[in-house]
Design a protein around this ligand. Structure first.
Ligand code: NAD
Length: 493
């Protein structure tokens, strides 16, 4: 019988108010994996209420930062103990390689350890005043209930980027995971309860974006929305919360340039291009989907990339030899394929791939694809495809490639391949992207703050800076003088 998963609210499994369930499908085998609750406004109201009540309890309010740090570390330990199981569940849900998910999940406790360590390091400061009797200092306090909405491509990692700093700062949460990957987020909410967080500190409502997600965004009791997903949904969320002036951290889409100069190690750069666009079947926000190669090494790079693409093992994401799994769901496959057709219609040439391969499984597989004869203004170079499709374009000068690389609505990440240090620094300063890698691609760490520029987002995730996304600052003034107040008609300082 198919497993049936309920919401996780107030430390317990909570069936959907409407009694309805949705199903999750394995994108490699098309087998039904489990049923999960179809969240409605009623479920969201219950979860937000639980998070709000917990936030206001004496028990949670009196939890010291050091104790919250311990709880986070304990949760990190529990996630570490369950990492392989969680990796298998995520791989079944979204089709990403088991070995990639194992790597991600085994590294996930680091998020909890890092923010566990920061829990007691958030502090205000003493501000100078112009009166010796007046003391002014700031203090940081939690916001309240944080609504976290996450996508399917790295379900737990992207959830942890929100959960860990939010709890460290003393907030409580309601999480709405992607409808394609509910299972592991529900499991981690159980583990948080097991770790000792009070019932109601971490709640999960599953379901569709337009229903459960929208209800969470519209909930008047939410103090902040922290969202990772598409730019389109992010813009809709920003519009919805604008009249309430609540905080919003938005981590959105990208169309990142991966730039290879003539002085680069071309073999390494080719591997960086492959990692940037074919790892995770290109289903990452930081995919290096626009490859710019200096004309002098263009042919060499193209040959190396297409040669490696032709040996990529496509198939069952659970098999250790597989390098490219399926796309996550049917619409993804249709979208990626239609973009490839569009690219060809726009004048692009298929240098490799472009088809649905027969891998002996019924799932949503698509070949690693390389398009040439493309121009940066084409739609396939401007719109996020979110699949294993690279457009490779030649350039002649640094100024030209800077202009092309920055000519996009997005600004999430960029890669630069060069052996010239001055050039690396110049490019890093002039590229309009929140993360820039030189002679590497796709590195990320909870310690390293990141921010999407332009339409790639608002606010910071990771690093110490993200603690400030989950606190608000209060300015406290104290007059130590007991004598009569000075002139009441003049602004005090
Ligand atoms: P999506 O925007 O379709 O969905 C993301 C989440 O939002 C899901 O949980 C969904 O149910 C929910 N949602 C959808 N409509 C909603 C609404 N009206 N109100 C509230 N919630 C709603 O994105 P996706 O397809 O799940 O994820 C892929 C996208 O995420 C890509 O664009 C990718 O670039 C982006 N992404 C960004 C980052 C980053 O850090 N910048 C990381 C990973 C993915």
């Amino acid at each position: 019988m198919t497993d049936r998963l309920d919401h996780f609210i107030a430390g317990d499994h909570s069936p959907p108010a409407n009694g309805e369930y949705l199903t999750s499908t394995n994108p490699a085998t098309l087998e039904t994996l489990y049923e999960f609750a179809r969240g409605s406004a009623d479920d969201v109201a219950k979860a937000v209420d639980s998070a709000r009540r917990t936030f206001e309890t004496r028990e949670w309010r009196r939890t010291t930062p050091t104790q919250r740090g311990h709880l986070l570390r304990r949760l990190g330990d529990l996630i570490g103990e369950n990492a392989d199981e969680l990796a298998t569940l995520e791989s079944q849900d979204n089709g990403k390689l088991l070995r990639e998910m194992k790597g991600q999940l085994q590294g996930l406790p680091e998020y909890l350890y890092y923010y566990g360590g920061l829990a007691d390091k958030v502090q205000g400061s003493q501000i100078p005043t112009n009166s010796p009797e007046v003391i002014n200092f700031t203090q940081r306090e939690p916001l309240g209930v944080v609504g976290a909405i996450t996508p399917w491509n790295s379900p737990l990692t992207l959830t942890m980027s929100k959960l860990a700093p939010a709890l460290a700062a003393g907030n409580t949460l309601v999480i709405k995971p992607s409808e394609y990957t509910s299972r592991t987020v529900l499991r981690v909410a159980e583990l948080a309860y097991e770790a000792g967080f009070p019932a109601g500190a971490v709640n999960v409502v599953t379901g569709l974006g337009a229903e459960a997600g929208q209800s969470l965004v519209d909930s008047p009791q939410i103090a902040k929305i922290s969202f990772t997903g598409s730019t389109r949904t992010g813009a809709a969320i920003a519009r919805a919360v604008a009249p309430r002036f609540i905080g919003c951290t938005l981590e959105l889409g990208g169309k990142s340039p991966n730039i290879v100069f003539e002085d680069a190690d071309v073999s390494n750069a080719a591997m960086g291009v492959i990692a940037g666009i074919f790892a995770a079947a290109g289903q990452t926000c930081i995919a290096g989907s626009r490859v710019f190669a200096h004309r002098r090494i263009y042919d060499e790079l193209l040959e190396k990339v297409t040669e490696r693409a032709s040996t990529i093992v496509i198939g069952d994401p659970m098999a250790p030899e597989t390098e490219l799994g399926p796309l996550a769901f049917a619409n993804q496959l249709d979208k990626v394929e239609s973009y490839v057709h569009l690219g060809v219609d726009e004048g692009g040439r298929l240098a490799y791939g472009g088809r649905r391969p027969d891998v002996g499984l019924p799932g949503y597989f698509f070949e690693p694809t390389v398009l040439t004869d493309t121009h940066n203004e084409m739609r396939i170079c401007q719109e996020e495809i979110f699949g294993p499709v690279a457009a490779i374009m030649p350039f002649d000068t640094e100024d030209e490639v800077l202009r092309l690389a920055n000519d996009t609505e997005y600004g999430l990440a960029a890669g630069v391949w060069t052996s010239n240090l001055q050039r690396a620094m110049r490019m890093s300063q002039r590229l309009e992207a929140g993360t820039i890698w030189t002679n590497m691609y796709r590195a990320m760490s909870p310690m390293s703050p990141r921010q999407g520029f332009k339409n790639s987002g608002v606010g910071i995730e990771h690093g110490f800076e993200s603690m400030h996304e989950y606190t608000r600052l209060k300015s406290l003034w104290i007059n130590t003088d007991e004598g009569p107040l000075a002139d009441p008609f003049v602004l005090g300082r």
